[in-house]
Design a protein around this ligand. Structure first.
Ligand code: IMP
Length: 195
């Protein structure tokens, strides 16, 4: 089994990625398993930059092949915001609800046909002699009020195209068949399998 360090403290991401990789020959660890793991400041202007920074710092601290995910919700009406600022959309240290409430305020009164959005995930893989990034994205629309109690972040506000339920109304398994993160992970697995 190849050890693989997930460079995140976000337990929801760890859960989704663990589920996704469950049948593959990786011994998955997360930063919670690493004493004195890095706390990366996500100050790059792009998802690619932040994902690479997280994976590089995790590799430097652990020597283990490291995988980091950076995700943004890009709303077309808001000219692709909050994007790379999705985590701190409502200010410093917001709750998921604070961020969702702010998005709902910004989108108040906006017609259904103008509520298109996409989730975009960039995954970086960094290890000995390797630095790669891959991307996954999924289009959908922003609801007018939250729906569902599963998932995390903006999941209660996002319905993927071709579906009627929000990500927060889906199980992890179902979200993992179509999400931005799952699409990026598929590409990441191709790279990991070739190492
Ligand atoms: P980051 O990738 O951890 O920087 O996440 C950016 C923001 O997007 C955070 O507010 C997350 O809660 C949110 N986010 C990340 N991935 C997802 C997802 O799969 N669904 C909903 N929100 C997400």
């Amino acid at each position: 089994m190849t050890p693989l360090l997930l460079a995140t403290n976000n337990r929801h991401k760890v859960e989704e990625i663990r589920h996704f990789l469950a049948s593959l020959p990786f011994e998955v660890r997360s930063l919670a398993d690493i004493p004195n793991g890095p706390v990366t400041v996500e100050d790059e202007p792009t998802l690619e930059g932040n994902a690479l920074k997280k994976a590089r710092e995790a590799y430097a601290a652990s020597g283990m092949l490291s995988l980091a995910d950076d995700t943004g919700l890009e709303v077309f009406y808001l000219r692709m915001e909050p994007g790379v600022y999705s985590a701190r959309y409502a200010g410093a240290n917001p709750t998921y609800k604070d961020n969702c409430d702010k998005l709902l305020r910004e989108m108040q009164g906006v017609a259904v046909r103008r509520r298109r959005a996409q989730f975009r995930t960039v995954i970086a893989i960094v290890g000995k002699g390797i630095e790669r990034t891959v991307e996954g994205k999924v289009e959908g629309m922003i609801l007018e009020s939250p729906r569902g109690g599963q998932g995390f972040g903006y999941d209660p506000l996002f319905v993927p195209t071709g579906h009627t339920r929000s990500f927060a109304e889906m199980s992890i398994e179902e979200k993992n068949t179509l999400s931005h993160r799952a699409l990026a992970l598929e590409k990441a697995v191709t790279i990991l399998s070739s190492l």
